[in-house]
Ligand binder design. Structure first.
Ligand code: ADP
Length: 614
C-alpha cells in the first residue's frame, strides 16, 4: 500500500493551514483595495477634477467591499476537520476570489481609461500578491488572464462596443484607436508581468523549499530526541526526508550483522511488492557500496544506471531517480537512507547535502536506539535467567521447608531447647529464602512482557478484599486497628488481576510488617478525577528522609529496617513501581521516621462496555 504524505497531495503543494492564512491576507488586502477605489475616485473627481465616471466607480468600490464581506463569511463556513476536504474547499475558494478580483479589476481598468489607464500596474500587484501568497502550479495563468482582459477591453473600445474614458486630460481622446500604442501598451504589460511573476515564483519556490527543509530537520531533531524506539525513529527519518524533498517515497535499509546485506528497516510510500523484492547484496550493488563508503549518491536516471541491483523492480515501481545517503554511526556504516522520485533528474546537489544532514541525525538516533534495545534485551535475558534459576530453587526449598516442619512436629524426636532453637532459625532462613524466590520471580515477571497476564478491565474492590483477608490473621495477632473504606460503586482499571494483587499485598503487607503491635492501619480506595486512588497509611517505623529517593531500587532496604529484626528482601517496592508504571498509574510516598508512612497509588479508570472480571 502506498502511503500518502502531505508532500504528494495533489494540491498546490501546500498545507491547508498555509492556504487558509494566505486567503485571510488576500481578504485583508481587498478591504484596502475597495477603500482605495472609493477614496481615489473621490480625490480624482472632486479635488483634481478629472473626467472619471464616478457614478460607476463608486459602485465598483462598494461592490469590492460587499463581495469581500461575503468572502469573509464563506471563509468561516468552509472549515472541515478532514484535511483533504478542507483543502478541496479552500482551492475552490481561492479560484472564486481570484475570479471575482479579475472581473472587478477589468471593470475598474475599463472605467479608468482601458489600455491607457494609469491603474494598469494593479494587475501586476495582484499577480504578485497571488504568486507570493498562494503556491500555484502555474502563476503564468494569471499573466494570460491579465493580458487577455486588456486585449478584450482594447478590442471592445476600438470597436466602440464599450465607451472609452480619457481620464488623463493631456492624452488624445481617441488614443484607443491607435493600434501601435495599444499593442505597445499590451506588449510592455506582458513583459513586465512575466518578469514580476517569474522572479516572484523563483524567490517563493526557494523560500518554500527552505521552509520545508527547515521544518523537516526540526521535526527530525524533535522525534529523534523524543523517543528511543527504533521503529519510530526510522519511520520519522524516512518521512522527514521524503517530505523535505517534496516526494512521497523514502526508505531506510540497515546492514545486517555480517555487513554483507542491507535489509529493509522502514519503507514509506513503497509498494508491498517493492519492499519484499529481497535483500540487497552489498557486493552486487555498486550504488550502496559507494553510499556505505560515506558518499551521497544520486541516480539521475534509473532506466540507464547500471549501479542498481534490481533494475526491473525499480522501473515497475515507477521510480525515475534515487538519492542515497549513508547513515554512518561512530566510525562504521549502519545503513542507507534512500529518497525516490517519479521523475528522472529530480535531485540536486543541495538535496544531497540536506538528506545527508537528516541521515547524520538519524545515525545518532539509531545508535541510541540500538544501545537502548541491547540494554532492554540484556535486561530481558537477565530476567529470564533469574526466572529459570528461581524456578529450579523453588521445589527443593519448599521440600526442605515441609520436611523441617514434619521434623519439628514429630513427637518421637526429642530435641533439647538449643536444638529446637537452631531448627527454628533454620526454618526462618528457609522462609526468607522462599520469600526471596517468590519476589525474584515476581520481579522477573514484572520486567518481561511475555511473563505477565495481559491487562484487561478488572474491578479493584474484590482484589483489595482478598488481600485484606489474607493478612487478617497477622493484623489481629498484632492487634493493629484498621480503618478500611471502599466506595459502593465499582472502580475498574485496565490491569492484570495478579499484578494488582501484588501491588496491594506488597504495600499493605509492608504496612502491617513495619507497624509495631497496637498500631493503626488505614486503607482507603476512592475515585478522583478519572483515577482510582488507593491510600495505605500506617503508624509504623517510617522511612528516613535520606532513604526515600532509593526506595524503588531493587534490593534496597531503608537503614532503620536493616537495623531492625524485621526480615525483608528489598524487592517488593521495585516490583510495585514497575507494575504501577506498566498500568499507566502513579505511586508516591510520604513518611516520617518513627511516626508512619503513607503510600498513594493512582490507576487510570477504564470506561468499559463489557462486564469486568476480578
Ligand atoms: P522489604 O522486603 O524489605 O519490605 P520492599 O521493597 O517491600 O522490601 O520495601 C523496601 C524498603 O522500604 C523496606 O525494606 C523498608 O525499609 C521500606 N518500607 C517499605 N514500606 C514501608 C512501611 N510501610 N513502613 C516503613 N518502611 C517501609
Amino acid at each position: 500500500m502506498v502511503k500518502q504524505t502531505p508532500a504528494n497531495r495533489p494540491i498546490m503543494g501546500a498545507e491547508p493551514e498555509d492556504i487558509a492564512k494566505a486567503t485571510t491576507r488576500l481578504i485583508q488586502m481587498r478591504w484596502g483595495a475597495g477603500i482605495l477605489v472609493l477614496v481615489a475616485t473621490a480625490v480624482c473627481v472632486h479635488l483634481l477634477d478629472l473626467p472619471l465616471p464616478a457614478h460607476v466607480l463608486y459602485p465598483v468600490g462598494v461592490c469590492i467591499l460587499a463581495y469581500n464581506a461575503v468572502l469573509v463569511w464563506v471563509a468561516r463556513k468552509i472549515y472541515s476537520p478532514q484535511p483533504d476536504l478542507y483543502l478541496q474547499r479552500l482551492q475552490r475558494f481561492v479560484v472564486l476570489q481570484v475570479a471575482l478580483d479579475w472581473v472587478s479589476m477589468t471593470v475598474f481598468l475599463h472605467l479608468t481609461g482601458g489600455v491607457s489607464s494609469p491603474a494598469i500596474p494593479i494587475y501586476a500587484i495582484h499577480m504578485l500578491s497571488v504568486t507570493i501568497l498562494l503556491p500555484s502550479p502555474s502563476p503564468y495563468i494569471y499573466i494570460a488572464l491579465g493580458v487577455g482582459a486588456l486585449v478584450v477591453i482594447a478590442v471592445l473600445e476600438r470597436m466602440a462596443i464599450l465607451p472609452h474614458y480619457t481620464v488623463i486630460p493631456v492624452l488624445p481622446p481617441d488614443l484607443q484607436l491607435d493600434l501601435i500604442y495599444t499593442m505597445a501598451q499590451i506588449a510592455f504589460f506582458t513583459m513586465a508581468a512575466s518578469a514580476i511573476v517569474y522572479l516572484a515564483t523563483l524567490v517563493m519556490t526557494r523560500l518554500r523549499e527552505h521552509d520545508r527543509q527547515v521544518t523537516a530537520l526540526l521535526e527530525t531533531t524533535q522525534t529523534v530526541s523524543s523517543t528511543l524506539s527504533l521503529p519510530k525513529v526510522l519511520e520519522r527519518l524516512a518521512i522527514s526526508a521524503a517530505k523535505a524533498l517534496a516526494t512521497s517515497r523514502a526508505s531506510i535499509r540497515l546492514l545486517d550483522e555480517t555487513g554483507e546485506h542491507l535489509h529493509m528497516a522502514v519503507a514509506h510510500g513503497l509498494s508491498e511488492e517493492y519492499q519484499t523484492k529481497g535483500l540487497v547484496d552489498v557486493s552486487r550493488s555498486p550504488l550502496d557500496q559507494e553510499a556505505l563508503g560515506g558518499k551521497v549518491v544520486i541516480v539521475k536516471q534509473t532506466a540507464t544506471d547500471h549501479r542498481i541491483q534490481y533494475p526491473e523492480q525499480v522501473l515497475k515501481e515507477g521510480i525515475g531517480s534515487i538519492l542515497v545517503a549513508p547513515i554512518i554511526g561512530r566510525g562504521r556504516p549502519l545503513g542507507v537512507l534512500r529518497v525516490y522520485a517519479d521523475q528522472p533528474n529530480r535531485f540536486t546537489a543541495g538535496d544531497a547535502l540536506f538528506v545527508l544532514a537528516i541521515a547524520q541525525q538519524g545515525a545518532v538516533a539509531l545508535e541510541n536506539a540500538l544501545a537502548h534495545e541491547t540494554l532492554q534485551q540484556a535486561d530481558k535475558e537477565r530476567a529470564q535467567f533469574v526466572r529459570t534459576i528461581t524456578h529450579e530453587l523453588r521445589a527443593p526449598v519448599s521440600g526442605a521447608q515441609s520436611l523441617l516442619r514434619v521434623l519439628l512436629k514429630l513427637r518421637k524426636v526429642k530435641l533439647n531447647p538449643q536444638q529446637r532453637d537452631i531448627l527454628a532459625r533454620v526454618e526462618a532462613r528457609f522462609d526468607f529464602l522462599a520469600t526471596l524466590i517468590n519476589d525474584l520471580l515476581a520481579l522477573a515477571a514484572s520486567k518481561t512482557a511475555g511473563f505477565q497476564t495481559a491487562p484487561k478491565p478488572i474491578d479493584l474492590q474484590p482484589i483489595l478484599e482478598d488481600c485484606i483477608d489474607q493478612l487478617a490473621h497477622e493484623i489481629s495477632e498484632k492487634q493493629i486497628s484498621m480503618d478500611y473504606e471502599v466506595p459502593d460503586t465499582k472502580l475498574t482499571v485496565c490491569a492484570s488481576a495478579e499484578g494488582v494483587a501484588q501491588i496491594f499485598s506488597n504495600l499493605i503487607g509492608n504496612a502491617v510488617k513495619y507497624t509495631p503491635p497496637d498500631g493503626e492501619l488505614t486503607v482507603h480506595l476512592t475515585q478522583q478525577t478519572g483515577n482510582a486512588v488507593i491510600t495505605i497509611s500506617d503508624t509504623g517505623i517510617g522511612i528516613p528522609a535520606k532513604d526515600l529517593p532509593h526506595l524503588w531500587d531493587e534490593f534496597f532496604r531503608a537503614s532503620n529496617a536493616r537495623r531492625s529484626q524485621i526480615v525483608g528482601t528489598g524487592l517488593g517496592l521495585s516490583i510495585v513501581k514497575r507494575l504501577v508504571d506498566s498500568y499507566g498509574g502513579m505511586i508516591s510516598v510520604q513518611s516520617d521516621e518513627g511516626k508512619g508512612t503513607t503510600f498513594i497509588v493512582s490507576l487510570p479508570i477504564t470506561p468499559i462496555d463489557e462486564p469486568a472480571t476480578s
